[in-house]
Design a protein around this ligand. Structure first.
Ligand SMILES: [Zn+2]
Length: 104
């Protein structure tokens, strides 16, 4: 099989590259932006676009930044997760570990 996957530059959203392997994203130098950028799988981008056009009722989509949106789109496009598996939380949870005390 010689099926190729399309990956889209996340910076300009215009340039695409094709590869013979299937992964969620890759990082290459975009000839359009002339910088090293992340390219996402077109299936992920399509999911992202679909939510941009019609945000899912289950998620507070507009509160997510683009990276977070893409993470959600990526999970949905590339796994068996469904929208119900996601919740929007306030900020990043930081695990505050107690100081380990050296015993005496
Ligand atoms: Zn680009």
């Amino acid at each position: 099989m010689s099926r190729t996957r399309t990956y889209r530059c996340l910076n300009c959203l215009e340039h695409t590259v094709t590869r013979e392997f299937d992964t969620s994203h890759l990082s290459v130098t975009c000839p359009n932006c002339e910088s090293f950028e992340r390219f996402v799988n077109e299936a992920v981008y399509e999911q992202f676009r679909a939510f941009e056009g019609s945000p899912p009722a289950e998620l507070d989509w507009d509160r997510l930044d683009r990276t977070e949106k893409l993470v959600v789109a990526e999970r949905l496009a590339r796994s068996t997760k469904t929208i119900e598996d996601f919740t929007v939380v306030e900020g990043e949870a930081t695990a505050e570990e107690g100081e380990a005390t050296a015993g005496d």
